[in-house]
Each structure stands twice: as structure tokens, then as C-alpha cells.
Design a protein around this ligand. Structure first.
Ligand code: AMP
Length: 256
């Protein structure tokens, strides 16, 4: 079994009634509970995957929840989900109540015995406060909030060159991490696509949303004594190394 299949991330993506297959009895080292913060394109998704592979934690991304809901509905989404998807297409934040409903209904995922990495959530002060209350209620304190930092020009270059596999969600970049065959995923042969919100007009809206709504979370988590800053320059592996060092983790527990 590889590291990622140890956690049933599908449950997080499949809506309220989907049963998580991860067995709570299984014990495999400390259960890390982390939040990844940083502007779009800084590499949070890639780092979340790499950290998960090392520590056996569940990678939970609200952006992935919405994209999965969109695929599942096949054009027949509820009015609330249709509105959420329209916000997403434009690069705007989805309203807090819709996001919170999606998180609240899968609260069991936060109890995952392997721990969790939240990627793209929380994104507003109100979400951060709600999450903090929930984690206190559930007695699941966070261990750390990692803030990835990167100059703006590099962020825009990363976003506009990013391509994602439609099937397995693997991430490539047209210049820094190109696939072996043009537009084909190296892992599963799936088609590589540019996310709708990685187009220039949406990137500008997303950066603005980050500056106005998400950047204040830096102070929020600093006040809670949880914030750790990691420079997001260099290769994904170099950033991972810095992240693990910041968490004072010497040896990755799971390497596959
Ligand atoms: P991401 O994959 O994290 O970049 O998210 C893609 C898009 O999903 C964002 O630009 C938002 O439109 C929406 N989204 C994801 N997570 C949240 C959140 N926590 N709050 C509001 N909108 C979100």
C-alpha cells in the first residue's frame, strides 16, 4: 500500500454520506494537524501531497472538494453549488457559508488517525475563527500553520504554466516540470488541462482575494503562536526539505 492510499482522501471529496475507509485502529506515528497558507500558485497543493507522502497525513483541499462536486454533478448541481462554481470560475472566493457547510459535513475527516493537512482552507478570518472553535470542540489542536512565501512575478509564472491531469490530478508545469509527452500525464496518460481559474484574468482576481481576505490570517495564526514561515523558492523537494526542517521532522516516516 503506498502512503497516499493509507488515507481515504476520496471520502473528503465525495460529500457527506461517503464512508471513509481509513481504519481508526491503525497507528503509525504522530498524527500531524497542519494548515498550509500562502497565495495561489505558491505550491501549497504540491507540498501537501509531498508532506502527506512523508507523514501519512490526509491532504484536504476545499478547492478539490468544489472541483470534485462539479465533476460529480455533471451540470445538475444544486443552486448553492452552481453559485459556488461561478465564484470559482471568476477567481473569487466562494461565500463562507457554502465553504463551511462543505467542511462541517466532513468533520469526521479531521479525526483521521493519520492527521490532516488543510490546503486552501481557511481563507478568510471568519473561516479561521470557525475552524478554531470546531477544533477546540473536537479537541484536535493544530500543530502548526505553515506560511509559504514567494515573490509575485514567480507566483504568476507558476500559475500560468501549471497544467493538471484531468484523471489523477497530478500537477505539471510547461517549463519547470513538463510532461514527457505533450499534454499527457506521465503517471496515468490522462489529458493535461489548464485550470479555468489559472487564466490571466482570474489570476488577478485571485491575488486580490488573497490580499484582502487571506493575508489577515497570517496575523491571526501568529497571535496563536502557530505560524511558521517557509520560503517557497526552488524545487518542490527543496521546499519540502525546508518544511520538514521547520516542523523539526528529521526523517520522513513514510517514503513511498
Ligand atoms: P484552490 O484550489 O485552493 O486554489 O481553490 C480554487 C478556488 O476554489 C478558489 O479560487 C475559490 O474560488 C474556491 N475556494 C477553495 N477554497 C476556498 C475557501 N476556503 N474559501 C473560499 N473559496 C474557496
Amino acid at each position: 500500500m503506498n502512503a497516499l492510499s493509507r488515507n481515504d482522501r476520496a471520502a473528503w471529496l465525495m460529500g457527506p454520506s461517503f464512508k471513509c475507509l481509513a481504519t481508526p485502529e491503525e497507528s503509525r506515528g504522530p498524527a500531524w494537524r497542519l494548515v498550509l497558507l500562502g497565495p495561489p500558485g505558491v505550491g501549497k497543493g504540491t507540498q501537501a501531497e509531498l508532506i502527506s507522502a512523508c507523514l501519512g497525513t490526509c491532504h484536504l483541499s476545499t478547492g478539490d472538494v468544489f472541483r470534485a462536486a462539479c465533476r460529480r454533478c455533471g451540470g445538475k448541481e444544486t443552486p448553492a453549488m452552481a453559485a459556488a462554481l461561478e465564484f470559482m470560475r471568476r477567481g473569487d472566493l466562494v461565500p463562507d457559508d457554502i465553504v463551511w457547510e462543505a467542511v462541517r459535513e466532513r468533520v469526521g475527516c479531521l479525526h483521521c488517525h493519520g492527521g490532516f493537512i488543510l490546503d486552501g482552507f481557511p481563507r478568510t478570518l471568519s473561516q479561521a475563527e470557525s475552524l478554531q472553535h470546531l477544533l477546540e470542540e473536537e479537541r484536535l489542536p493544530l500543530h502548526a500553520v505553515i506560511r509559504y512565501s514567494l515573490p509575485l512575478e514567480e507566483i504568476v509564472a507558476r500559475l500560468s504554466g501549471r497544467r493538471t491531469c484531468e484523471a489523477c490530478k497530478a500537477i505539471f508545469h510547461i517549463s519547470t516540470h513538463p510532461p514527457q509527452k505533450e499534454n499527457k500525464c506521465d503517471h496515468c496518460g490522462g489529458k493535461l488541462c489548464q485550470r479555468e481559474d489559472d487564466r490571466p484574468e482570474s489570476i488577478a482576481v485571485r491575488m486580490e482575494a488573497y490580499k484582502n481576505s487571506t493575508a489577515p490570517l497570517i496575523q491571526f495564526y501568529q497571535n496563536l503562536g502557530l505560524l511558521t514561515v517557509v520560503q517557497a523558492t526552488g524545487s518542490p523537494e527543496q521546499i519540502l526539505e525546508r518544511t520538514l526542517a521547520a516542523l523539526k521532522i528529521e526523517t520522513p516516516l513514510i517514503t513511498e
